[in-house]
Design a protein around this ligand. Structure first.
Ligand code: ZN
Ligand code: ZN
Ligand code: ZN
Ligand code: ZN
Ligand code: ZN
Ligand code: ZN
Ligand code: ZN
Ligand code: ZN
Length: 231
């Protein structure tokens, strides 16, 4: 990460200013919409931040799921995304191989190649095609147990032979490092991101147990903890 440019032109950003590299903040990436801790490219004028994964997709992307170069296209097409099957219409930054009618959301291009979910001890691998030797009739997501279209990308654990929707695997905030400090929610002490909370303490806002991503005060004598969603 030492070689990241301090300022960078984000080609798909609307105002065309240089973006500043920032770190140590929690932000929601304007492209992929994931809450992320770590490096970001930020435009001070527009007050938007892009995560590194989204910032570093170049304008001519060669993508593993496809053999040709992909070109950016903006606003005008109504095709479906080859990765998730949803419309790419009016997302301002999708990528396309025109001869093949192969289209990808920027959010799908930047899906992490591996991801962890609490339902499986192994990391899931991003998979582009269902294997031909897979004769199972139905295709289901092992997390939400709903149907899965085998033509769309999915996460797969080969050790357990489990498969899941990308949305289901990534719902647990994969881009927040536990231990990151969060400030600015009105509590007098700094709060720390925690994912697995011992003894399941109750949230100070909603009263339910904290199992998933939470903000915990580690100041001695203070037991304040809230769900990330309750902040
Ligand atoms: Zn992003
Ligand atoms: Zn801007
Ligand atoms: Zn997509
Ligand atoms: Zn192509
Ligand atoms: Zn699912
Ligand atoms: Zn597994
Ligand atoms: Zn406190
Ligand atoms: Zn809560």
């Amino acid at each position: 990460c030492a070689e990241l440019p301090v300022k960078k032109h984000i080609w798909f950003h609307f105002c065309q200013r240089l973006h500043k590299l920032t770190s140590g903040r929690i932000f929601r990436c304007y492209v992929c919409n994931y809450v992320t801790s770590g490096f970001a490219y930020t435009c001070d004028e527009c007050v938007v931040s892009y995560c590194l994964r989204c910032s570093l997709v170049s304008d001519l992307a060669r993508y593993q799921g496809h053999e040709h170069l992909l070109h950016p296209f903006v606003f005008s097409y109504k095709e479906l995304c080859s990765a998730c099957g949803e419309s790419v219409g009016f997302t301002y930054a999708a990528m396309r191989c025109k001869p093949c009618n192969f289209n990808l959301h920027r959010t799908c291009i930047t899906l992490p190649l591996t991801a962890q979910h609490s339902s499986d001890v192994h990391p899931f691998k991003l998979t582009y095609h269902e294997d031909d030797d897979n004769y199972s009739e139905g295709h289901y997501c092992d997390i939400c147990e709903r149907e899965r279209n085998p033509k769309h990308w999915f996460y797969h654990c080969s050790a357990c032979n489990t498969s899941a929707h990308p949305k289901c695997v990534l719902q647990e905030y994969p881009f927040i490092k536990p231990g990151t400090i969060y400030t600015g929610n009105g509590h007098p002490h700094p709060l720390t991101f925690v994912k697995k909370v011992e003894f399941y303490p109750e949230c100070h806002r909603c009263g339910k147990h904290c199992l998933d991503l939470s903000l915990q005060c580690k100041t001695v004598g203070c037991s304040y903890i809230i769900h990330w969603e309750c902040r």
